[in-house]
Design a protein around this ligand. Structure first.
Ligand code: THU
Length: 128
């Protein structure tokens, strides 16, 4: 088993559940929490486009709803293995000092790249 293989598979699986009739861009996210549990989410679009919810934020909502507060890794599955949007970076960094962000392509099912959240959002806003 490769590193975080279970997380990759969870992200790929939940991407199939995406509600993306407007963009046709399916995204799945799987978070491993500090306890080792996995929480998943997909993007949920809306006819009022700006109300669409990203997969990463769906997964964070699942983790928080379960009473957990710390991300130890996240995997995001999409066409091409894109990086999380800026808004999601800020939401993710709320729940971890530093953790890996694994990007996987839905078609090849291969890991494309691994970032650290601090590389994706240096100098993140935090309330003092
Ligand atoms: N999307 C995500 O789910 N995560 C991201 O980090 C970037 C974009 C979704 C939002 C929208 O449903 C679709 O991808 C196209 O932007």
């Amino acid at each position: 088993m490769t590193l975080h293989q279970d997380l990759l598979e969870a992200a790929l699986r939940i991407a199939d559940s995406a509600y993306a009739p407007y963009s046709s861009f399916h995204v799945g996210a799987a978070i491993r929490s500090a306890s080792g549990n996995i929480y998943t989410g997909c993007n949920v679009e809306n006819a009022s486009y700006g109300l669409s919810i990203c997969a990463e934020r769906s997964a964070v909502a699942q983790m928080i709803s379960a009473g957990e507060r710390t991300i130890s890794a996240i995997c995001v599955a999409s066409d091409g293995g894109v990086t999380p949007c800026g808004a999601c970076r800020q939401v993710l960094i709320e729940f971890g000092e530093d953790f890996s962000v694994l990007l996987v392509d839905r078609h090849s099912r291969q890991l494309e790249r691994v970032w650290q959240i601090n590389e994706l959002l240096p100098g993140a806003f935090r309330l003092q």
